[in-house]
Write a protein that binds this ligand. Structure first.
Ligand code: MSP
Length: 467
């Protein structure tokens, strides 16, 4: 069976998950579920990034010992993904020993490309990276609106220059496919500017993996975090398993961290002489009511809150149906209830209940389920167009509701019972088809629809919500 390896970023455990993290994770889950339905052996990896000064500081602020702190937040992430029905096959925490062992083994392979140097620069703890002057806006990090710290350290560096020409060709030729197209252009644009070597160790940070060649230093958090994509499937530990899973078929993330994935990560893999990820997909960044989600603005939305109000599948739907996957967009909190009622209660839920009620009322039973196919979403999901695929399903729902409105089965019951049977059977087949194609997005709903169709029991699947 052909394998398919899909990843999400490893989320920082400085705070509990919000719907930005959920967006990427649910999208990756849709692709994982879809590939399983297509018969691939899927390895879906997610996890948490638990080292670095940002996390150390957050633990201090919370007054909790850092090990306990990361444990607590990692649990929050895991339980949120379990709640959202994320079908991950593995969950890696960068504080696990399997990760640490893999990181040590990886450094042995790239050691030849490391050198020691003195570094002076401006470090943004929020980003966990060095910024250059021209990235700053009024002296502040544009993402975190804070001045970066001036740092001067003796660090180990990775000889990125050595790999840039090869890397550029690999991206240009789509051997590493960077999607969407504008992201590929953006990355290729970076090769025209200076891309300095990057440091792989940190002298002043304590909370991290010991750097193998200077025990007073730790591995730079980004460098080890990226390695999770190989340490989880067995690098440095279980070569057989590792080579059956790696390379990744797709790495998902938002565009904020594309450079790390499309430049630094493949360069390190080239140095280690390992296969390269096939696709790197950076989706857009969303704002809430026009603003970045932040604690200070108090506009952070916890996915658990949405699940409480709308249920698991509706939350998955509400996140993915906001705007095209790959573009930026704005989310309005009040928009959720409107969309829920419009698309789920009035369209999908209503369709299921009216078709099942009519089949029961007019005594049309034993309608055979058609064979499974995913024609409705194949083209879009094959291109990671998650939003487009979802639109295809919602259009099919709308069309079926229109069929009910125009055919008026309740009139046919009196005037043309044979046609009535044909219409109801057609709607039944259509609903099965909709359920099959909804499965990657809304797995429980897909099941419920089929159960309702089979049992002629019209349980409301999406009750209207009034506020
Ligand atoms: N720890 C690093 C990633 C290491 S991967 C080896 C990191 N973590 S993070 O917690 O900051 O997560 C960033 C990712 O969360 C984004 O790339 C994106 O996938 C998701 N998102 C966080 N906020 C988001 C939005 N507002 N909009 C869309 N995605 C968002 O970076």
């Amino acid at each position: 069976m052909k394998k398919f390896y899909v990843t999400t970023p490893l989320y920082y455990v400085n705070d509990k998950p919000h719907i930005g993290h959920a967006y990427t994770t649910v999208a990756a889950d849709v692709i994982a579920r879809y590939q399983r339905l297509k018969g691939r052996e899927v390895y879906f990896l997610t996890g948490t990034d638990e080292h670095g000064s940002k996390i150390e500081r957050s633990a201090k602020k919370a007054g909790i010992e850092v090990g306990k702190f990361v444990e607590k937040i990692a649990k929050e992430f895991k339980s949120t993904w379990d709640l959202l029905d994320i079908s991950y096959d593995d969950y890696i925490r960068t504080t696990e020993s399997r990760h640490q062992k893999g990181v040590e083994a990886f450094f042995e392979k790239v050691k030849k490309d490391l050198y020691e140097d003195e570094y002076q620069g401006m470090y943004c703890e929020g980003c966990e990276r060095f910024l250059v002057e021209k990235e700053l806006e009024n002296g502040l990090c544009p993402d975190h609106k804070k001045p970066p710290q001036k740092l001067c350290e003796k660090n180990y560096f990775f000889n990125l220059q050595k790999y840039l020409p090869r890397l550029k060709k690999l991206i240009e030729s789509d051997e590493i496919l960077v999607l969407p197209k504008q992201c590929k252009q953006e990355i290729l644009g970076l090769f025209k500017q200076k891309l300095p070597d990057f440091s792989v160790s940190r002298e002043k940070v304590k909370w991290g993996i010991k750097f193998p060649y200077a025990k007073n230093q730790v591995v730079y958090v980004w460098v080890e975090a990226l390695q999770n994509y190989i340490t989880a499937p067995g690098f440095g530990r279980d070569e057989k398993k590792f080579s059956s899973i790696w390379p990744a078929d797709i790495h998902f993330m938002a565009k904020d961290i594309l450079k790390f994935h499309a430049i630094f990560w493949p360069a390190m893999l080239l140095s280690a002489n390992l296969h390269l990820p096939k696709t790197i997909f950076a989706h857009g960044f969303f704002t809430i009511d026009g603003q970045k989600m932040s604690k200070t603005l108090g506009n952070i939305i916890d996915p658990k809150e949405l699940v409480e109000k709308y249920g698991v599948d509706a939350t998955r739907y509400l996140l993915l149906s906001q705007f095209p996957f790959g573009q930026d967009g704005d989310i309005k909190k009040e928009g959720f209830v409107i969309r829920y009622n419009a698309d789920l209660a009035n369209e999908l839920g209503n369709l299921v209940s009216r078709v099942v009620v009519m089949a029961k009322k007019f005594n049309i039973s034993n309608i055979k389920a058609p064979s499974k196919n995913l024609n409705l979403i194949d083209k879009e999901l094959g291109n990671f167009d998650i939003y487009g695929a979802l639109r295809r399903v919602t259009s099919a729902v709308k069309k079926a509701n229109k069929t009910v409105d125009t055919e008026k089965p309740w009139q046919l019951a009196k005037s043309d019972p044979r046609k009535l049977e044909t219409v109801i059977k057609k709607l039944y087949r259509e609903l099965y088809y909709i359920a099959y194609n909804l499965e990657p997005f809304m797995p429980s709903t897909a099941k419920k629809i089929q159960e309702n169709l089979k049992s002629l029991d019209s349980k409301a699947i999406f009750p209207r919500i009034t506020k």
